[in-house]
Design a protein around this ligand. Sequence first.
Ligand SMILES: NC(=O)c1ccc[n+]([C@@H]2O[C@H](COP(=O)([O-])OP(=O)(O)OC[C@H]3O[C@@H](n4cnc5c(N)ncnc54)[C@H](OP(=O)(O)O)[C@@H]3O)[C@@H](O)[C@H]2O)c1
Length: 341
Amino acid sequence: MDDLTMMQLAYQAAQQADPAATWENPRVGTVIVKDGAVIATGYHHQFGHQHAEVAAMNQVEHPADLVGATMYVTLEPCAHVGKVGACADALVAAKLGRVVIGQGDPNPHVSGRGVAKLQQAGIAVTLLNQQGSAVLNPAFHHFFETKRPYVTLKLAQSVDGFIAAKAGHPTKLTDDRADVAIHQQRAQMSAIMVGSETALADAPQLTVRHVPITHQQPWRVIVDRRGRLQNHPAFFDDRTLIYTTNSTFAQQVPQAVSFDGELGSLLDDLGQRGIQSLLVEGGGALVRAFLAANLWQRFDIYQTDAVLGTGIKGVVGNQGPVATQTRVGNALHQVIYREAK
Ligand SMILES: NC(=O)c1ccc[n+]([C@@H]2O[C@H](COP(=O)([O-])OP(=O)(O)OC[C@H]3O[C@@H](n4cnc5c(N)ncnc54)[C@H](OP(=O)(O)O)[C@@H]3O)[C@@H](O)[C@H]2O)c1
């Protein structure tokens, strides 16, 4: 059993995790090997709960079996005490002999420190420098590498390319089954954003419903440069940020955040607030602005069976090759990545 084969098993363990449940934590998998045999596997199940390394070690009945064992883990073990204790300390306490790591952790609180802590305790460490964790956790790695959230654009469109029948009137395009898929995607996000026109026309809740969540609701973000939401206090709650260039609005309402009107500056500010992933749910004008500025990583189009004949235009044009295409309810769900995979 070579290192690469065992690491594949660790990636398979990580894949069992539900990205909505781990939320802002990465999906991580672990395999423990002793005397040539796998004695435990584990993965991180849920945000705020035990990490993969501890989950695997807890599978081993006799602590003595961990002494001198080799652990394969897809991401560098953490070295800081967060919601749970530092994994590197637990590995040292268990007296593991060797730790093989798929990819270094991009989080500055961890990066290199997990490896150093293990080595200082005399544990042999092999860092494979693979990209498997980045593939499993694109938003987590993108956020720590760029200090901006991973941006997913999302629009539902009619067969004839409209996103709503008429300005000011919400149009339901997706059916209940497609809505569940959309809410599963919302459940993975740190924040959900709309343009001011959508906020005024639809008064969307921008919350996760239809699927259970164990973490807090994503932030609600509205881009309202002119400050047209000034007299709409229904949006002023402690999970909402309204980006505006209207200084009076910004001074009067704590939820209104002053910015220079540029989407790049907005993403910088969200990044500074620790927002890792952002779902831009429309409308068309805001999605087109993100596309034009090249400030997106992924675009999800729900091409529904609805026919509108007239209305507000969605997005036409070639944003890149469709990477995946799945039927959900009344929609064909197409995913496009800005950097083709
Ligand atoms: N089918 C779908 O998936 C879907 C999703 C959402 C909404 N909708 C529908 O879409 C309609 C609204 O769409 P819409 O395209 O008219 O408006 P929108 O994209 O929701 O909002 C447009 C407004 O966003 C603000 N904005 C802020 N930054 C911007 C930027 N960089 N570029 C462009 N605009 C920016 C602008 O106001 P300021 O200049 O004041 O900032 C602009 O007037 C609604 O009827 C809604 O029902 C459909």
